[in-house]
Design a protein around this ligand. Structure first.
Ligand SMILES: Cc1ncc(COP(=O)(O)O)c(C=O)c1O
Length: 427
């Protein structure tokens, strides 16, 4: 990639990739191998001792994954990244790197339902506690912080509510308290929002959504912002204390601004094991090449669909930050001026039953539990993705009983609207 200071679309196609040195292959090859031959015994020992970077075993790293990691790090403006088998695995490895039993973190209440479950239930087995805070009131994050708090976690654009968050305000609270801000940037993608530029320290993604973009491959990624001082407080011992597995190496001291990504790889991915398959890395890399084109088209289609729904007599409300009169519009303009994303929610007259009729009546839209596909998708979150939550939690997460969620695809907008029209006419 010869260009100086390449733009986002150039990075989406080229970052991390070069013609294959062995064959000249231009597309990144799928290195479908479990392991890599060492040059000699000293080379093997240097790799295992972290004295030299290189491929050992695909659970820990792989050349196809490496291109994906470099590309997403470039798109987010981070120093390094670590690909994982799913978005949830990326979150698990992030917290595993910074939390000890008995520690806690403060998370936004408006999150993907699976993350609310992971934090509130699964993480209890590790004795990591979550405290919920309200993104409409950034001060509530500060109230949740005590001496055992190790991070703040938010989504830049919340799923399913479609609301933008004042990242800089929450980053300020994290900085004042000497803890990192972790941002799930799945729903916005770095095309719309780059959280590291607003003070975040770590970015996580479900690659399964907009980055892969075609609804065909699971994946996740953790991006190291390279700015947080993991050694200052002594509260992050995996990074700031000698590691017995690696002859006493102190990971932050040794690897500096990529220390977090290295620790997540050599202590988290190596030992917990949720690696991304090389084939999925290839599929997601190919998807990323068209991220700017897809994302812009999906935002434009979503705005047109939201405007149309807003004027429909059977629609009670539409929550889309791209609408000029939406309470979240000012934050969207500030953080994501290119568009408000492809996912939004609305309510229909007749509540739960009418919502069901609508979902079942749609023909172009697919009724399934995903977002960020090229295809338009629909779901009723209260009976599916957010069903494990109490009604109070569902409402707080933007997924109350009457809420229908759309993820708008890249089809012709006339066809998207015609399908919504015929399904609404069945109510
Ligand atoms: C915002 C957000 N974060 C994380 C996840 C989890 O990702 P995955 O399903 O790849 O584990 C999802 C999945 O829907 C999501 O929407």
């Amino acid at each position: 990639m010869p260009t100086i200071n390449p733009g986002f679309s150039t990075l989406a196609v080229h970052a991390g990739a070069a013609p294959d040195p062995a064959t000249g292959a231009r597309a990144t090859p799928i290195y479908q191998t479990t392991s890599f031959v060492f040059e000699n015994a000293d080379h093997a020992a240097a790799l295992f001792g972290l004295q030299q970077f290189g491929n050992i075993y695909t659970r820990i790293m792989n050349p196809t994954q490496a291109v994906l990691e470099e590309r997403v790090a470039a798109l987010e403006g981070g120093t390094a990244a670590l690909a994982t088998g799913s978005g949830h695995a990326a979150q698990l490895l992030t917290f595993h790197t910074i939390m000890q039993p008995g520690d806690n973190f403060v998370a936004a209440r408006k999150l993907y339902g699976g993350s609310i479950n992971q934090f509130g239930h699964a993480f209890k087995s590790f004795d990591w506690q979550v405290r919920w805070a309200d993104t409409d009131d950034p001060a509530s994050f500060e109230n949740g912080i005590d001496e055992r708090t190790r991070a703040i976690f938010i989504e830049s654009l919340a799923n399913p509510g479609g609301t933008f968050v004042d990242i800089a305000a929450i980053a300020g609270i994290a900085q004042r308290n000497g803890i990192p801000l972790i941002v799930d940037n799945t729903m916005a993608s770095p095309y719309l929002v780059r959280p590291l530029e607003h003070g975040a320290d770590i970015v996580v993604h479900s690659l399964t959504k907009f980055l892969g973009g075609h609804g065909n491959s699971m994946g996740g990624i953790v991006v190291d912002g390279g700015t947080f001082d993991w050694s200052k407080s002594g509260n992050y011992p995996m990074l700031s204390e000698p590691r017995p597995e690696y002859a006493g190496i102190v990971l932050h001291q040794t690897f500096g601004n990529i220390g977090f990504a290295i620790a997540a790889r050599v202590l988290g991915l190596r030992d917990l094991g949720p690696a991304l398959s090389p084939f999925n890395a290839f599929m997601i890399l190919t998807g990323i090449e068209t991220l700017p084109l897809r994302m812009q088209r999906q935002c434009d289609n979503a705005l047109a669909a939201a405007r149309w729904l807003k004027n429909h007599p059977k629609v009670t409300w539409v929550s889309y930050a791209g609408l000029e009169d939406d309470p979240n519009h000012a934050l969207q303009q500030r953080y994501s001026p290119k568009g408000a994303g492809a996912v939004f929610t609305f309510g229909v007259t007749g509540g739960y039953e009418a919502g069901k009729t609508l979902v079942e009546g749609l023909q172009l839209f697919s009724h399934l539990a995903n977002v960020g596909d090229t295809r338009s998708l629909v779901i009723h979150p209260a009976s599916t993705t957010h069903r494990q939550l109490t009604e109070e939690q569902q409402i707080a997460a933007g997924a109350g009983p009457d809420v229908v969620r759309l993820s708008i695809g890249i089809e012709d907008i006339a066809d998207i609207i015609a399908d919504l029209d015929q399904a609404l006419s069945k109510i």
